[in-house]
Design a protein around this ligand. Structure first.
Ligand code: GAL
Length: 363
């Protein structure tokens, strides 16, 4: 007997009625032809419970260390017969378009899509939807997506900017390193950061939109700036994420500095939390990836099962789930990443950081 996945779709109101109807007619047709399975019908196979997870890169640690495993675990918990197909684009937008196309052709029932390039991905969104495969824009916005989930990204930038203004006393020269120009989040982080920095007495002496968010590029940019600017005269450095903050600090260290002006970050990467404990980085932004990845899993499973996805909020015309970011400094590591079990004290306080941890009240 052919297994079908939509015993309950008829009784549930959700916006994928169009998908369910499309899928139902495929089932009727394949049943009439005496064929089972729909995975080769050009996408959105009628009995497919394959969820494609498309992530953008691997240099930022969050994707492979948190997003992927947390998403997979939640799908497994919620749905016995669902399968996750994981695809990482290694920061290559063209590769990601191909990954999306092949996921659709291979019969994925839904795409959970974190685009390398939000605009370039619009074509893949359309092509998925024309195969009745809904798209969840994951962490980064894509126009026309069926759902979107992320943090309040302008607020992320604003919190970073405000923290830098406070830590510097609001005057002096700073460098600014923003995220990748193709990442829609990067523009929001930048806007939020500028709202705080531009209203202060801080002067941005050089600003860089870093292709690919590359930590190496960040290091090279700061190294080249140190030809014009004396590192010791910098009041601070705005780095949009922890990967770049690491590159910034490496450049300052290579220039002979041993103590650093306030440097911002984002993602609460383990290395960044250790730099914060050691006093090398001033702050990061903690975003509960567990909340985000598990919500994505819940929505994806609801879609493949034809269930309701729950309450959403509108973000630029897309039904969305928006979460709150939190500032992490040396003073609140315990109340944020440790309280939330993102890391244990043992994770952070390796022998190299034992003294700094003790001084920060962490051991
Ligand atoms: C952003 C994301 C950040 C960070 C960055 C670099 O879109 O929200 O958490 O990972 O990309 O990949």
């Amino acid at each position: 007997m052919c297994a079908t996945s939509h015993d309950s779709w008829g009784g549930t109101v959700n916006k994928f009625a169009r998908t369910a109807v499309g899928a139902a007619s495929v089932v009727v047709l394949t049943a009439a032809l005496g064929a089972c399975g729909g995975d080769d019908d050009g996408g959105g196979g009628s009995d497919s419970k394959t969820i494609a997870l498309l992530l953008p890169e691997t240099k930022t640690t969050r994707y492979e260390a948190f997003d992927k495993p947390l998403f997979e675990a939640k799908v497994k918990e919620l749905c016995d017969d669902c399968e996750v197909k994981y695809l990482n684009a290694d920061q290559d937008s063209a590769k990601q378009q191909q990954q999306a196309e092949s996921a659709i052709t291979d019969g994925a029932a839904v795409l959970v899509f974190d685009p390398v390039d939000g605009e370039a991905a619009a074509g893949a969104v359309k092509s998925a939807q024309s195969s009745d495969v809904p798209v969840i824009a994951y962490d980064r916005f894509m126009e026309g997506a069926d759902y979107y989930m992320s943090f309040d990204n302008e607020k992320v930038g604003q919190l970073q900017g405000e923290a830098l203004v406070e830590a510097t006393g609001g005057s002096g020269n700073i460098l600014m390193l923003n995220g990748s120009p193709t990442d829609p989040n990067a523009a929001q982080f930048k806007k939020g950061a500028h709202s705080a920095i531009d209203a202060s007495g801080l002067k941005v002496v050089a600003e860089y939109d870093n292709p690919d968010w590359s930590p190496d590029n960040a290091q090279k940019f700061v190294t080249s700036q140190l030809n014009n600017v004396d590192g010791a005269s910098l009041a601070g450095v705005y780095a949009a994420n922890d990967g770049q903050a690491g590159g910034v600090i490496a450049a300052l260290r290579a220039d002979g500095m041993t103590t650093f002006p306030p440097v911002t970050g984002q993602d609460a990467e383990l290395a960044a939390i250790q730099r914060i404990v050691a006093g090398d980085q001033f702050m990061t932004i903690y975003k509960s990836i567990k909340t985000e990845a598990e919500k994505a899993a819940e929505v994806a499973v609801a879609i493949v099962n034809g269930d309701d996805v729950g309450d959403t909020t509108d973000f630029q015309g897309v039904d969305s789930f928006i979460f709150e970011p939190a500032v992490v400094t040396k003073d609140n590591i315990k109340d944020t990443v440790i309280a939330d079990e993102f890391y244990t004290v043992e994770d952070i306080c390796t022998p190299e950081y034992a003294d700094a941890c003790a001084a920060a009240g962490l051991s």
